[in-house]
Design a protein around this ligand. Structure first.
Ligand code: ATP
Length: 137
């Protein structure tokens, strides 16, 4: 099957939602290929979100994503990228569909509980950012 990359963001970790989010992910048919509790440095977050460098929220996003631990994971399922984005819901939890992870666990448009890659190419790049080949199963 194909793969996507996710992070349970610092807000959701702080709020105690790691278990519930992982349960929803695996119950939805995703297999965990790689996973770890880790924390991005400021520099890591700047690099990870480089494509958003010109956006007005970039500084806030970097600050948020590096402020505490995250769970990084690579997930496998047929149609992984698209199906995972459906599972997490819209960027802004106010716009997210009922039952989606962001609807249930996000705090705000910025602190929105989870990340999901937006393409197969980015899933590969983002997975390789956090994991070596030996950490993928
Ligand atoms: P992600 O890439 O995290 O899965 P996304 O693809 O739904 O999210 P993007 O538009 O790529 O959303 O934005 C990346 C991240 O930047 C968002 O998930 C959110 O954390 C933050 N962000 C987006 N829009 C805003 C905003 N208006 N204000 C603050 N933060 C924002």
């Amino acid at each position: 099957g194909n793969r996507t990359f996710t992070m349970i963001k610092p807000d959701a970790v702080e709020n105690g939602h790691i278990g519930a989010i992982l349960e929803q992910i695996t119950a939805s048919g995703f297999r965990i290929v790689a996973m770890k509790l880790t924390q991005m440095t400021r520099r890591d977050a700047e690099k990870f979100y480089e494509v958003h460098a010109e956006r007005p929220f970039y500084g806030e996003l970097v600050e948020f994503m590096s402020r505490g631990p995250i769970v990084a994971a690579i997930l496998e399922k047929e149609n992984a990228v698209e199906d995972f984005r459906t599972l997490i819901g819209a960027t802004n939890p106010e716009d997210a569909a009922e039952g989606t992870i962001r609807k249930k666990y996000a705090t705000s448009v910025g602190e929105n509980a989870v990340h999901g890659s937006d393409s197969d190419e980015n899933a590969k790049i983002e997975g390789a950012f956090h994991f070596s080949g030996r950490e993928m199963f």
